[in-house]
Design a protein around this ligand. Structure first.
Ligand code: PRP
Length: 213
């Protein structure tokens, strides 16, 4: 590291709120707000380079130490890894993992092994294992709501934010699996090597968060 920290930020929904938080903390985020096709951006008034990446890749970059810090949803953390420090709940990107079924379907009734479709097989397996319930987990890459509609699955485990997608597809949540929000994560070696700089950045984020209250 050449005196600058590198942070991987999840593209999409979390990026805008990450920028808003940084700006409340006094960081100039103009280069990230007008990114063009560039994926790495140096902030002009703070020694931080921002890398824009897909959520699971944020974890890969932080776990491998090529990024010192990351901003990623707890959903991705629960599914993909934990070999880093999770230092701050950023309180945005709040949603939940829920088990959902076709409206009126009795998921826990009957004796047949239930089939559950999800983008998050590890989270789903852990949830049902902890209940001592045997289910068949089917991995789907997106628009998981289709699986029960096509009778591929009896239920889904997916992110629910407003509930609008479930409702529009005749599905209903039956149980919350976990609450989710964006987290600030730190590579374990970076935390030791660049402690002063990282603590300064964490404190800036904390101040930014306090301003939202
Ligand atoms: C997520 C999730 C649901 C939807 C929930 O999908 O998988 O489909 O958002 O949001 P709601 O409760 O506010 O309706 P996303 O838009 O990320 O797309 P994807 O299904 O392709 O991953």
């Amino acid at each position: 590291m050449s005196g600058r920290l590198r942070i991987a930020i999840t593209k999409g929904r979390l990026l805008e709120q990450s920028m808003a938080l940084f700006e409340r903390a006094g960081l100039d985020c103009a280069p990230v707000r007008d990114p063009g096709r560039r994926l790495v951006h140096s902030l002009p008034n703070y020694p931080l380079d921002a890398v824009l990446a897909k959520a699971p890749d944020v974890i890969t970059y932080v776990e491998h130490g090529v990024c010192d810090l990351g901003i990623v949803g707890k959903d991705t953390i629960l599914e993909h890894g934990h070999a880093f420090y999770e230092v701050l709940d950023l309180n945005f990107g709040a949603c939940r993992f829920a088990l959902a079924v076709k409206e009126g379907f009795d998921f826990y009734g009957g004796y047949k092994t239930r089939r559950v479709a999800t983008k998050y097989p590890n989270v789903t397996r852990a949830f049902f294992e902890q209940k001592g319930m045997d289910v068949s987990v089917i991995k789907i890459e997106g628009s998981v709501e289709l699986a029960p509609l096509l009778d591929l699955a009896d239920g889904i485990v997916d992110i629910v934010e407003t509930g609008a997608t479930l409702k529009a597809n005749g599905l209903e949540p039956v149980e919350t699996v976990a609450r989710v929000s964006a987290r600030l994560i730190v590579n374990t070696a970076s935390m030791k090597l660049y402690k002063e700089q990282i603590v300064d950045f964490i404190e800036k984020c904390q101040r930014g968060l306090e301003q939202t209250v």
